[in-house]
Design a protein around this ligand. Structure first.
Ligand code: UGA
Length: 441
């Protein structure tokens, strides 16, 4: 079976490499020639566990990348994996998706094709795409992805469910092809959720919005916990022992970031609005997330120092979460901006080299002065910690495993602001640190 995958971002690249590992003949398509060149030489364009090793195994075997849509002509299946970023009003911007649909039209030919939408798209989009392609011999299927950055490859091979949306899910012929593509997972007992387009599209948004809501919920409770002197970590852990609640995504912190939750929560709220209904819950999730970092800064950092102007801080963690180089909507970057705006000097560090590089590029592009004077990105953790007036944990790495007794000799003042509640406060206090977590003292 021949497959074309349009878009080589996170989703498209994992999908291309994953499908080639499953034995399919895959062509990845992207308009960015530089990316194509790199990928064809076996170099990954993203930092993602396992990805480059696997890419090297299949490239020029049953996997290739190109900027031409020609492979669509011979393909049985075309996966659309282009980005659906946020527009200026918070809606999902479908310009890349519609432009990909226009580009592939020319290559559909007479042979029947199945177009699978993996991009996260507002409810109703598959129906619109089918309408655009109504004169072509195509079937449109919705198949949202549930990959987490950093462990996306593992998520591809160990999915918890495969969601498929059809124009007519009763039509066995339609479901057959996708079941064949994912037969590896069917054999492993992975559940298939088969429904109409709209249900499938909504499953994706509802899943991300629910996880984001869990985070905003615990963040809201953490503020109250702070005031009453309770320990939010214990609260979250004990809540999670209830099967109906579950332990995951109940870690309080400076908020959620990344390329998915922030944009998908806003886009879902906008979809409600487009039908003239308001989602109070989804809007609250978003608004709690917007203000969490400011709350942390005002109530922890600023409260401790008064004026932070001229003070130096180590910000540990730069990407939006561990094991990725992705800075999109990173709360660490948001916090760095708040610190810089308040006159502080920031020394940033991330364990992932590419995350450090991306930060340097980001600031060099937007404000090279701040990079030269008030913002420094360091390759070694100890250099980032040297002579600082305070340490801020901004990503949930296991920073606890570092030697905090030795680190104490490096810093100016042993003060830790734990924006992700990952540190062992008791040990730190016994070592002489002043510790501030979120929702605990
Ligand atoms: C998220 C979803 O988890 C995936 O299922 C989905 O496929 C993906 O979006 C997508 O739509 O493509 P991802 O953005 O990679 O995946 O990141 P997550 O691991 O979900 O973390 C998102 C953010 O929430 C991070 O900033 C993280 O620090 C934060 N978070 C997570 C918390 O603040 N507290 C928690 O308890 C958990």
């Amino acid at each position: 079976m021949k497959i074309s995958v349009i878009g080589t971002g996170y989703v498209g690249l994992i999908q291309s490499v994953g499908l080639s590992k499953l034995g399919f003949e895959v062509t990845g398509i992207d308009i960015d020639e530089r990316k194509i060149k790199k990928l064809n030489s076996g170099i990954s364009t993203l930092h993602e566990e396992q990805l480059e090793e696997e890419l090297k195994l299949f490239i020029n075997e049953n996997l290739k990348f190109t900027s031409s849509y020609e492979s669509v002509y011979d393909s049985d299946l075309v996966f659309l994996c282009v980005g659906t970023p946020q527009d200026d009003f918070g809606n999902a911007d479908l310009k890349f998706l519609y432009s990909a649909v226009e580009s592939l039209k020319k290559y559909i030919g007479d042979k029947h094709k199945t177009i699978v939408i993996k991009s996260t798209v507002p409810v109703g989009t598959c129906r619109k795409i089918k309408e655009i392609l109504k004169d072509y011999p195509v079937e449109v299927i919705s198949n949202p992805e549930f990959l987490r950055e950093g462990i996306a490859f593992k998520d591809f091979f160990e999915p918890e469910r495969i969601v498929l949306g059809f124009e007519n899910p009763e039509n066995i012929e339609s479901t057959k092809l996708l079941k064949r593509v994912y037969s590896h997972f069917e054999k492993k007992g992975v559940p298939f959720v088969i429904s109409i387009w709209e249900t499938s599209e909504l499953i994706k948004y509802a899943s991300n919005a629910f996880l984001a809501t869990k985070i905003s919920f615990i963040n809201e409770i953490s503020k109250f916990s702070d005031i009453v002197g309770a320990d939010i970590k214990t609260v979250g852990e004990a809540m999670g022992m209830d099967d109906r609640i579950g332990p995951k995504f109940l870690n309080a912190g400076i908020g959620y970031g990344g390329s998915c939750f922030p944009k998908d929560v806003k886009a879902l709220a906008k979809q409600f609005e487009s039908f003239e209904i308001e989602s109070k819950l989804i809007n609250a999730t978003e608004s709690i997330n917007q203000t969490q970092n400011i709350w942390f800064f005002e109530n922890k950092i600023k409260k401790y120092y008064g004026d932070i102007s001229g003070k130096t801080f180590a910000v540990l963690g730069l990407a939006f979460k561990p094991f990725t180089d992705d800075l999109r909507e990173s709360k660490a970057i948001e916090l760095i901006n708040i610190l810089l705006k308040n006159g502080a000097i920031v020394k940033g560090f991330d364990y992932i080299e590419k995350a450090r590089e991306n930060t340097i590029n980001k600031y060099a592009l937007s404000d090279s002065k701040s990079l030269g004077y008030s913002l420094h990105i360091l390759d070694e953790l100890n250099d980032a910690l040297f002579n600082v007036d305070g340490i801020i944990i901004a990503t949930e790495y296991d920073f606890d495993k570092e030697n905090w007794s030795e680190i104490k000799n490096l810093v100016n003042h042993p003060v830790i602001f734990d924006g992700k509640n990952v540190m062992d406060s008791k040990t730190l206090k016994s070592l002489g640190y002043t510790y501030f977590g979120i929702g605990k003292n």
